[in-house]
Each structure stands twice: as C-alpha cells, then as structure tokens.
Design a protein around this ligand. Structure first.
Ligand code: CA
Length: 233
C-alpha cells in the first residue's frame, strides 16, 4: 500500500483529501505544519507528499527546498497545493522541487490522476502495474511472481523488496535506502534486516534460476540486474 503524507493546516481540506486517498487505497498520514511534517519524514519516508504551500510558520515552499537538498529526501515525490493561481507561483513551486502543482479548488479525480502520474515517474514500486524483467514477472495486483509460468513462492517482505528492485534495476541501493523505500524506516530497523530478507529472496528465486539477478555490491549495497546469464533449469 502506498504511503502518502498530507501536509495541510486547514483540517477540513486535510480530512477531505485523506478520506478520498484512503478510499483509493492509499495509507494516509496528516501533518498540520512544517515541524510535524519533518517529524513524520524523519520517522517513515512516504511514497509521496501532498504539500500545501501556505502553512503556519515555515511554508511548504521552504520545506520542499529543504527536502530536495538532503540525500534521503532528494527523490521524494512532492505535489504542491496552492490557493494562488498565478503563473509566477507555479514556477516558484516547481523551482523549489515540486514534481507537480495543483491550484485549489481541485477535484479528487484530478489529485488522484496527478498522484498516479508522479508515482509512475518517480516511484513505480508504489503502483500496481505488472513488472517484467527478463521474463521474471511480478504482478502487484495479484501479489504473484512467476517465470515461464513457474510460480515463485515468496513472503510479503521479499515481495516488496523484489518489487522495488525490479522497478529500479541496474542501480546500487544502500541498505539504508532499501530500509527507507521498502520498509519506510531507516532509524528503527537494523540494516542487517535487509541482508536477511535479501538472502530469503535469493532462496525464493533459486528454483526459477533468477537468484543471481540480485548482486551484492561490496561496501555499497545491492543491485538488481538482468546482465547475468540466468540458469535455465
Ligand atoms: Ca494552508
């Protein structure tokens, strides 16, 4: 389930957004100001943030800029909300690092469409689109993994880990990044937890000859690659 953080001080709007997002299957957390939003982000990294521009204290614009400047939150998908429709504002919002921009009032359907578009671009593991890498198929809607019609038996955490790997192939991910993106938590879960689940994932992929697609990159982390000769057993 995709996690969305809604940062909005007007409680009626925050509630309306969160009810609609929950109805659409998102896991929603609300923060009413910048400090609270930062506390949420420091704890669990969401898949996407809906960020209101006008907040008491620090503005959404300042918050977006700060997140863009930090390694952990640099790639965080952000949709900015504003009550102002001036073109200059839109440009400032996008300059600050927002991935998209919505002017109030907006329809729920419009917000949902924008969220899906931003996730498709920046966090495809948060969507339920079928993924196929070198014949290994993962279907989030049925939670099934198979290769050549041979089903892979896989636990829920290994499934999420594989989903993230398959939607971000050929890149090295540190254990901390994997904790953030797969578990949502880089502070309270030990890094060796990642190693345990990678080991289980490799074991699950062994019968279909795909275990070597997950490479250990010494001193850096893990990489999912299709640049290996998969075994044809
Ligand atoms: Ca506001």
């Amino acid at each position: 389930m995709s996690r969305v953080l809604v940062v909005e001080d007007e409680s009626a709007i925050a509630e309306l957004i969160s009810i609609n997002l929950r109805h659409a299957g998102y896991d929603v957390t609300i923060a009413s100001d910048a400090d609270q939003a930062q506390i949420e982000i420091d704890g669990v990294l969401p898949d996407l943030v809906v960020l209101d521009w006008m907040l008491p204290g620090q503005s959404g614009l300042v918050l977006a800029k700060r997140w863009r400047g930090q390694v952990r939150t640099r790639e965080l998908p952000i949709i900015m909300l504003t009550a102002r429709a001036e073109e200059g504002d839109m440009i400032s919002g996008l300059d600050a690092g927002a991935d998209d921009y919505l002017t109030k009032p907006f329809s729920t359907n419009e917000l949902l469409a924008r969220i899906r578009a931003v996730l498709r671009r920046k966090a495809p593991e948060a969507l339920d689109t079928l993924v196929d890498v070198a014949g290994l198929k993962l279907d989030p809607s049925t939670r099934r993994v198979a290769r050549d019609d041979r089903e892979v038996r896989i636990g829920p955490t290994e499934f999420r880990l594989l989903h993230f790997f398959m939607t971000h192939p050929e890149r090295v991910h540190s254990r901390g990044q994997l904790l953030d993106r797969v578990w949502g938590d880089h502070v309270f879960i030990e890094e060796r937890t990642v190693d345990v689940h990678v080991k289980r994932l490799r074991e699950a992929l062994e019968p279909v000859g795909c275990s070597r697609m997950i490479e250990t990159v010494r001193g850096a982390g893990y990489r999912f690659t299709q640049q290996v000769q998969t075994l044809s057993n």
